[in-house]
Write a protein that binds this ligand. Sequence first.
Ligand code: FAD
Ligand code: MLT
Ligand code: ZN
Length: 458
Amino acid sequence: MTTDALIARLRGAVGERHCLVDPALRASYETDWTRRFGGAALAVVRPGSTEEVAAVLVACRDAGVGVVPQGGNTGLVGGSVPRDGEVVLSLRRLSEIEPVDARAGEVTVGAGAVLADVQRAARSAGWDVGVDLGARDSATIGGLVATNAGGVNVVRHGAMRAQLQGFEAVLADGTVLRRLPGMPKDNTGYDIGGLLAGSEGTLAVITRVRLRLVPTLRRRAVCVLGFERAADAVEAAAELRQRLGSVMALELFTDAGLELVLRHTSLAAPFTPRTAVYLLVEAATDDADPADGLLAAFEALGLHEEAAAVASDEAGRHRLWQLRERHTEVMNAEAIPHKLDVSVPMARYAELVERAPEAVTEVDPTARTIAYGHIGDGNLHVNILGPAPDATDVDDAVLELVVSLEGSVSAEHGIGVAKVDWLERDRGPETVAAMRAIKAAWDPSGILNPGVIFRADG
Ligand code: FAD
Ligand code: MLT
Ligand code: ZN
């Protein structure tokens, strides 16, 4: 099929208005959030229904042209943007949010529904969404499922796969798979929805999702504690997680990251004198002020003499959270960052925090390393500022260290294109062969997100 014939079929599938070929209109879909990854698309198509998604996939399959599914384009590993002439399939128009099923505590939404909108809908019905993250105003539910996103409440509610109660998805040949009744117990054959979670657009295009909701907890308290050693923050996080049933989030950042946040925003330090490492704890309950429980736990753990800032009111909590959440935008403001999202067993976490900057400066003495992350999940975001966007030696040095600590090269962002060379190093050839067999069975023509997770030529 010629390119013109494919464009004509895509226009026929989604309507002229929703098939973008003009470079100026395509531009915002062609570069990722970090600006490190991107390429030209043949076209950007914006289907308005599951049937239109199926028609686009069949046209691209017939033409042998790759398809890059895209939600909010907030992914950080280059999986949501074209590499070389693929069709970008934007799911954002599938943004319907059905009424909350209050009795079941579930909601069915289109893949393009934005997380913050779903949170608002859930909260207005007395429920909440189990996953929350800094990209909530742009990230879509389809993208969150496709990456099995984690975020700040994994210690309490698990990652996105744990929220999935049902799905609708379209295979590369246009077949629609649908299972949306939403029963928490449903062991009838393989867990297809569970497999779609974390598949990064390589197995099927997710069009609808049924989410389990969690109870709204109205009383919240946030505390930032200061430490001189990462090992002490790890110890405190582990104790708090075990002793305090109200823990919602356990986050880590360092003074190097705080310094940049203070430089780029109007925020103030949580306390002075500043310390080397900070632990942010959020606790939530539905009755008593959770600050009381937090302070009692600090007392029991002998942490009452540590540097600390506590807030129960909404503005104060928001201020403390901003110190952690704004790290991501600040990295972008400084440079085009190399973002390495990794996890290690908790026993090695402090070692990773200490050794990652050393591993980086060994290969690039001018590079700056800023680490922050979800300490409660053993997840650290190692950001490297300075190296050229296409340099890989600093990335390799950090991932080498992570593998030597028996960690994972991707904790919550996925493999994307950024880490394709590390998949086999991390998982081993047998596991990668099993993954490839699944990919070949579901997408035999290989049109779904080629080059993501697996190297395209492999
Ligand atoms: P996109 O970026 O558009 O796509 C991501 C991947 O999913 C791509 O491979 C794409 O092809 C695929 N995809 C998208 N939609 C579909 C679909 N409907 N069907 C099939 N495949 C699809 N991530 C975390 O895990 N935790 C965090 O705490 C976190 N915080 C962040 C904070 C900021 C400020 C930013 C910018 C990003 C953050 N992220 C975080 C990363 C990002 O938000 C998540 O990966 C999110 O899940 C991506 O959703 P999206 O809709 O933007 O997907
Ligand atoms: C975070 O936890 O802030 C996100 O995963 C984004 C990032 O890694 O910068
Ligand atoms: Zn994160």
